[in-house]
Design a protein around this ligand. Structure first.
Ligand SMILES: CCCCC/C=C\C/C=C\C/C=C/C(=O)SCCNC(=O)CCNC(=O)[C@H](O)C(C)(C)COP(=O)(O)OP(=O)(O)OC[C@H]1O[C@@H](n2cnc3c(N)ncnc32)[C@H](O)[C@@H]1OP(=O)(O)O
Length: 292
């Protein structure tokens, strides 16, 4: 797997920034400061043109505004570079993504809350409607927003059997927004979605496989990446424009929902999440996670 420098340069603002800083600082000091780790890494394979995009925000890849922004920029960069495909995975050995960063929603000022949600909306839309094939290589737990990212890809390979996946929002006393529901329904159908979402149930990888929530189960990350590459390789001979337009057509409901309802959706989020009892619930949940 080789990093294509030219691609990375155009994809990661962070990469340009850190290179620039460290070379100029080297003139003045002996020890340049360690550049910050990018929140999302991207490696593009020279031969296949497929990008492995790795969420890299320890400990649990919770999705905050900077990470989402970085992910969105990477997806846009891949679009501009006519990518052949993208595999989304995690640098953690046990967590794909813990979902939305609850700290972004807890006692947050309204402008930050609003920026967080609009970044989530636009990042999701960029991923969901991306023209290139997308696969989630789910190498750890994927609750809530982690499950949403997986569902927004075209194919899901999960490392099993011990990790779990699902939209658990109701268990937290919050509600999965309509576009989360559309994504789940795209994959599971109406009945199973209703059952899964009203209970906020998390599924083990074998349960998820049986239900169709994931497409394949493997035993480690390397196998997950190999399976993902195989899925993407089958599109090599399909004309990209026909593929893109077909994907957009199949996903039209979700795309249209978001395009038509961005502001209402933001308002619904703000109204719900700023309620005192929701804030209390998030606070208690965060405390329970920290007490573990
Ligand atoms: C129709 C109207 C619509 C209106 C819509 C309105 C509202 C809906 C809004 C949003 C939808 C919400 C989506 C979400 O994604 S909410 C997030 C849900 N996520 C979870 O429930 C997962 C919680 N985490 C876990 O279960 C576990 O952490 C884990 C992922 C299984 C990993 O376990 P592990 O044992 O490996 O780690 P720890 O639990 O010890 O966690 C380490 C560290 O991380 C902190 N942390 C974990 N998850 C989160 C998170 N999501 N946000 C912020 N912080 C998190 C945890 O507290 C620990 O912190 P510490 O300080 O102790 O190190």
């Amino acid at each position: 797997m080789a990093v294509v420098f030219r691609t990375c340069k155009s994809l990661s603002k962070n990469a340009i920034f850190t290179r620039g800083i460290s070379s100029s600082l080297r003139l003045h000091s002996q020890k340049p400061p360690t550049p910050p780790e990018p929140l999302v890494n991207v490696d593009v394979d020279d031969k296949s043109g497929v990008a492995v995009v790795t969420l890299n925000r320890p400990p649990v890849n919770s999705l905050n505004t900077p990470l989402l922004s970085e992910l969105k920029n990477i997806i846009k960069g891949l679009e501009d570079n006519k990518s052949r495909g993208m595999i989304l995975t995690s640098s953690s050995e046990t967590v794909f993504s813990a979902g939305l960063d609850l700290m972004e929603m807890y006692n947050a000022p309204k402008d930050k809350l609003s920026a967080f949600w609009t970044t989530l909306q636009s990042t999701w839309l960029a991923l969901y409607r991306s023209s290139f094939p997308t696969v989630a290589a789910i190498n750890g737990h994927a609750p809530a927003g982690g499950c949403l990212l997986s569902l927004s890809c075209e194919y899901r390979v999960m490392v099993g059997p011990k990790f779990s996946i699902g939209l658990n929002e109701t268990q937290l006393g919050i509600v999965a927004p309509p576009w989360f529901v559309i994504c789940m329904r795209d994959v599971l159908g109406h009945r199973q979605t209703e059952m899964a979402l009203t209970s906020g149930r998390m599924f083990s990888a074998p349960e998820a496989l049986k239900l169709g929530l994931i497409d394949a189960m493997v035993t480690n990350k390397a196998e997950a990446i190999t399976e993902a590459q195989k899925f993407i390789a089958q599109f090599a001979k399909i004309p990209p424009l026909a593929r893109k337009l077909t994907k957009e057509s199949v996903r039209q409901e979700g795309i249209k929902y978001m395009e038509d309802n961005m502001i209402d959706d933001l308002q619904m989020f703000m109204d719900l999440v700023t309620q005192e009892k929701i804030q209390k619930g998030i606070g208690l949940y965060l405390a329970s996670l920290k007490k573990k």
